[in-house]
Design a protein around this ligand. Sequence first.
Ligand SMILES: C[S@@+](CC[C@H](N)C(=O)[O-])C[C@H]1O[C@@H](n2cnc3c(N)ncnc32)[C@H](O)[C@@H]1O
Length: 368
Amino acid sequence: MAVVQNRYYVITPPGLELICAGELARLGIPGSVSRGGVEFAGGLRELYLANLWLRSASRVLVRLGELKARDFPTLYKRLVRLPWGRFIKPGTHCEVRVTCHRSRLNHSGRIAETVQTAVAKALGESSAGTGAAQRIFLRLEDDCCQLSVDSSGELLHRRGYRQASVTAPLRENLAAGALLLLGYDGSRPLIDGMTGSGTFAIEAALIALNRAPGRARQFAFMHWPKYRQSLWEQLCLRAKAQENVPDELQIVAVDSNPLAIEAAQQNAKAAGVASLVSLRQQQMQELQPGPRRGLIICNPPYGERIGRTAALRSLYRSLGQLYLQEFSDWQGALVCPDAELSRATGIDFAPVAGFSNGGIRVSLLKKP
Ligand SMILES: C[S@@+](CC[C@H](N)C(=O)[O-])C[C@H]1O[C@@H](n2cnc3c(N)ncnc32)[C@H](O)[C@@H]1O
């Protein structure tokens, strides 16, 4: 039986497209990179693998079709013909996200309602469904509509282990993507000097273990009419068999705030990596390198622009001293919002990537 080839699109945080394409390539899936994502083709196996394994991605969409429309009756007529029944069960509530650029149709609320009515019609229902939600994306550009169905459900950075957090936690896929951008693969020591809720340490442990980040969560595709539970279970079993037991794993994460350490411990436990991560309350300034060289990373507090006090600058200064003196032969990286504060370290950091974390632009910088 020929396997149906779908076109898929992985949405990634801008800056992580190449890392995500590399992750796909390791799964044996070739992809082509564009701004904000990676496109690939495949069947359900490739779709499940992408959701199960991608650390840097935000969600995976299936491209349903494209159509041209300049008025609502045409839009409706063409929408009804798309193969909705392959992805949506009757009774499902469709949540439609619309973006419009340079198009005659630009009333996004009415476009979303048209999609809901067309899906109901295509599925043989008299009215739009009210059951479990399925997200649909409609992108309208120059009167051309691109329709996509979300396969992930909750965003992929929600691995399910974050039980507690303190100030400004990094999204899990940004932390994993930053580690991968820095070439971290679990074979050398890692120190997070300002661990907060433990994101870098936990993601590092998951990378070192080669543990699939999606193995314990639910996905939107599990509610599709053609969900192949046996295929999913088989891929999860294979993923489990591919886990490493690293012998020399060294992950140390410290924070000056005891509440942060408590939260990080809780999260590491929920992620099943508590025994692999050494978490302790300590000032970053007191860190000492071990005998093997590795990567030191910090995501210091930044505060609001107006709140960039002398104390904050002095913190960045001592971080610079730590990187230049104690950890001079380690790879050193920093995640912080702008050049201004990073300059206070006295190090001429090189930018590696820029992300948006909770609406704040942050840069990943590395010590030259
Ligand atoms: C932006 S948060 C880190 C967030 C973290 N990346 C996460 O994903 O949860 C900054 C952390 O630096 C910690 N911190 C501030 N000064 C410190 C110091 N001198 N030594 C160690 N940790 C410090 C704070 O307690 C806070 O938890």
